[in-house]
Each structure stands twice: as structure tokens, then as C-alpha cells.
Design a protein around this ligand. Structure first.
Ligand SMILES: Cc1cc2nc3c(=O)[nH]c(=O)nc-3n(C[C@H](O)[C@H](O)[C@H](O)COP(=O)(O)O)c2cc1C
Length: 329
């Protein structure tokens, strides 16, 4: 179901604790779970502006969301301002709260068409895309970038102002260069540099895997908001811990089962039966980590194909977690 036209504040994105867009992982069901745990805003995975502009049914399906996910942004990727303009028109009819432009994806297939982080090497094109989106819709427009193409080609101090002048309301920065891919530590000083020269709010992103890392990234960059990606996969509780008590960043007894079961119920609402277990397996592999015996459960999880299999795995996981808690106490 698409949600209503109601709009909500972009502040939940710019000054909040946001679930990062992650292709293949941040589907509607998982986003609902993260919002219920304290994520203040969510973003769809990247969606092809060209596909939306052609009204491709397969692409439009990626726009599926539920009202309780709001505030929600849709992330568009592409390289042609016209595609973005047409896609933005469709998106604004569907009740999204903001439109995010992907200028950070480092994957070769995406770069080949001049999309993703290739846009960091073609600022006039990126600026034209921001302009195309902001002139086509009243929705706030945000841009997700990396710190640059490579250490030799960092983002210039002038970039945030260029984007803001074309209508960008905020910039999310994954603190890595394209050449880093996902390796090495997040470059906090580079994020801080971008924060310091940006006229619009900056959301810092990278390596927030626990409460300490969240506090550190916020303090060391001066960013107005934080975005969490991999740290939330299989651990939506991270949002609860960061926004509330640090000890709540891990599941309580029984909660692993209840959250996975809830997520699965959400999935069944919109994913056809023939696909739902396949998609569930990916999420299970994320959840079943970090405790003794988890690898054995992951081996079973890749074969899960009915509710009996799932319930068996969840019961075993709770048993292993209980034993681990007793050992630790
Ligand atoms: C599996 C995966 C898929 C991703 N897909 C997207 C995407 O669709 N759009 C995007 O802007 N970034 C994407 N990213 C990057 C994340 O949004 C985030 O910037 C990056 O993982 C760093 O944050 P983290 O250390 O909190 O994970 C993806 C990352 C991963 C691991």
C-alpha cells in the first residue's frame, strides 16, 4: 500500500537518527521495524530515476511503503536530469516526505552510466540534477555523497554551497572516498570539513556499529544528524540504544524471536509467497550473528522454506542466547 499524501518535517532527517538506504536490505518491512525502534526517518534503497521515468512496474514496486514508516524519503539514482525530473513528479504524488539523490554509490555498473559517485566528478551534472528535482517538486531535496572520488580528488569546499544554491536542503556524507569502497575507518575529519563549509545541515554516516561510535561520530564531526547502515542490519535495536539507554541497544530475552516474527509478518503483507522465504533468508543471516552457535543457525537459515523451519531456528537461537546470558552473568 502507498501511504497518504501527508507530509512531515525534514528535521527528522536532518537532525535525527536515520536508517541509511541499503539496496537489497532496507525493504519496507525492515524499515518499519527500524522506525519502531527509534530511527527518526528512513530512506528507500536506491531506485533508478530512468525506470521511474518510464513508469517501469518493476521499479515502481521498490517504492512500496507503509504510513508508519514516515517520514520516508525515496532515493533516486541516475545521471540524466530529465529522468530525475519525471521521476520526482511520480514520487511526489506518492506521499514521500523528501527526495534523496544518490551521489555516493561506488559500484562499477552504476558508475558506468555516470551515476552514483561518478557525479562527484561531474559537479555541473550533479547540480543540474538537484535543480531538476527541486524545480519539479515542493518536496525537500537531499543529496547523499561520499567525501570525494579519492584522496587526490576530495569533495571541494564549494560543493555544499553549489548544491544548496540549486535547492538541496541537506547533505548526507558517507565518510569514505569512492576509492575506499567500504574499507578502512570512516574519515571523520573529512566529514567535519564538509560540515564546516556547508550552509545546510549535514548528516554523518559511517561505521556506527554501537552507541559509543554514534556519540563519537556526532561529536567529532559536528553533524546535525546521524545515519546508520550496516550497524542496523540484524540489529535494529541500535536505534533504541542510541536514542535512549545504551543498554537497550541489544535485544531483550525473547525479543530476537518477536522482532524477526513481526518483520516476517510485515513481509508477507506485500511479498508474494514464492519469494518471501528467499528474502527472509537474507535478513536471518544478518540477525543470527554475534553469539555462540550462530554460525550453525546461519547454515540452517539458508534453507528455511516454511514457518516450521523458521520457528525451529528461532527457538534454538533464543536457547543459545539464554545460555550465553547465563554464562555472562
Ligand atoms: C548492502 C549495502 C547496500 C547499500 N545500498 C545503498 C544504496 O542503495 N544507496 C546508498 O546511498 N547507499 C547504499 N549503501 C551505503 C550505505 O547507505 C552507507 O552509506 C554505508 O554502508 C556506510 O554506512 P555504515 O558504515 O553505517 O554501513 C549500501 C551499503 C550496503 C552495505
Amino acid at each position: 500500500m502507498f501511504a497518504s499524501m501527508e507530509n512531515s518535517s525534514i528535521r527528522s532527517y536532518t537532525h535525527g537518527l536515520v536508517l541509511a538506504p541499503m539496496a537489497g536490505s532496507t525493504d519496507s518491512a525492515f524499515r518499519r521495524i527500524c522506525r519502531s525502534m527509534g530511527a527518526t526517518a528512513v530512506v528507500t534503497e536506491m531506485v533508478a530515476a530512468a525506470g521511474l521515468s518510464r513508469r517501469s512496474v518493476k521499479t515502481i514496486k521498490l517504492l512500496q511503503y507503509e504510513p508508519e514508516e514516515k517520514p520516508i524519503g525515496v532515493q533516486l539514482f541516475g545521471s540524466r536530469p530529465d529522468d530525475f525530473a519525471r521521476a520526482s513528479l511520480l514520487v511526489s504524488e506518492l506521499g514521500f516526505d523528501f527526495i534523496d539523490i544518490n551521489a555516493g554509490c561506488p559500484v562499477k555498473k552504476v558508475l558506468r552510466s555516470g551515476s552514483g559517485s561518478a557525479l562527484l566528478r561531474d559537479i555541473p551534472r550533479l547540480a543540474a540534477i538537484v535543480k531538476a528535482v527541486s524545480s519539479e517538486t515542493d518536496l525537500p531535496v537531499t543529496v547523499k555523497i561520499r567525501t570525494g572520488w579519492s584522496p587526490e580528488e576530495p569533495v571541494k569546499d564549494s560543493l555544499p554551497t553549489i548544491l544548496a544554491n540549486e535547492g538541496a536542503a541537506a547533505i548526507a556524507v558517507h565518510g569514505r572516498y569512492r576509492s575506499d569502497m567500504f574499507a578502512g575507518n570512516v574519515r571523520k575529519l573529512e566529514i567535519k570539513r564538509i560540515v564546516n563549509c556547508s550552509p545546510v545541515p549535514v548528516i554523518a554516516n559511517g561505521d556506527v556499529i554501537n552507541v559509543e561510535a554514534a556519540i563519537d561520530l556526532k561529536n567529532s564531526t559536528g553533524a546535525s544528524g546521524l545515519m546508520i547502515g550496516r550497524g542496523a542490519l540484524g540489529n535494529p535495536w541500535i536505534f533504541r540504544g542510541v536514542s535512549g539507554r545504551p543498554e537497550d541497544a541489544v535485544p531483550m530475552p525473547g525479543e530476537l524471536t518477536s522482532v524477526i516474527s513481526k518483520q516476517f509478518e510485515f513481509m508477507k503483507e506485500y511479498i508474494p509467497r514464492e519469494h518471501v522465504y528467499h528474502i527472509l533468508r537474507g535478513h536471518l543471516l544478518n540477525y543470527l550473528k554475534g553469539f555462540r552457535g550462530a554460525s550453525g543457525l546461519r547454515r540452517k537459515a539458508v534453507h528455511v522454506e516454511n514457518s516450521t523451519d523458521l520457528n525451529g531456528i528461532l527457538a534454538e537461537a533464543e536457547k543459545l542466547l539464554r545460555m550465553e546470558r547465563i554464562d555472562r552473568s
